[in-house]
Design a protein around this ligand. Structure first.
Ligand code: SF4
Ligand code: SF4
Length: 57
């Protein structure tokens, strides 16, 4: 299941990028993008201080 970021909430702290074991996060045009390959580990969701990340069906 992929994850989704609420760009209106995200403060670009990059905690999620640092914690993702698959290194799926990158910044493009001042917003976060996530590559394919998510393993649903949920580490990024748990680390986001403002709950801007969610799993999508
Ligand atoms: S759920 Fe895990 S693998 Fe998927 S983007 Fe978040 S930290 Fe990376
Ligand atoms: S941890 Fe949350 S606020 Fe920080 S960059 Fe990731 S989505 Fe944005």
């Amino acid at each position: 299941m992929p994850v989704e970021i609420d760009d209106d909430l995200c403060g670009l702290c990059l905690g999620c990028a640092a914690i993702c074991p698959e290194r799926l996060y990158a910044i493009e045009n001042d917003s976060l993008v996530i590559s394919d390959g998510c393993t649903d580990c949920a580490l990024c969701i748990e680390c986001c201080p403002i709950k801007a990340i969610s799993l999508i069906d």
